[in-house]
Design a protein around this ligand. Sequence first.
Ligand SMILES: [Zn+2]
Length: 105
Amino acid sequence: MHKLLLSAYRFTTNNFAQIQQSKLCGCCHCVQIFPAEEIVGWTGLDMHNMDDPEAVAKQTAMCPKCGSEAVLGDKAGYPITMQFLGMMNEAWYQQTLIRTPKPKA
Ligand SMILES: [Zn+2]
């Protein structure tokens, strides 16, 4: 399962093209599920590359609920469920996966 969480994480950045083809999206930060069309905020473009189609396709979605760059679209092939998003949240934001928990004092 850890492998799945690791591989899913890269789909939360530079995911403009993926989200355009997705119907349902979820946020790994606030663990909410919402339709793809709710996403209105993107990062990655500035005055220099806003006309560059490649840069446009590599924008990163911002969560409409919490503003985090932690959005996963169903097109990426991972389950967009509270359970999966909750596991992503634990792994990446509570860092149970990348850092071993501190021993209890
Ligand atoms: Zn969120």
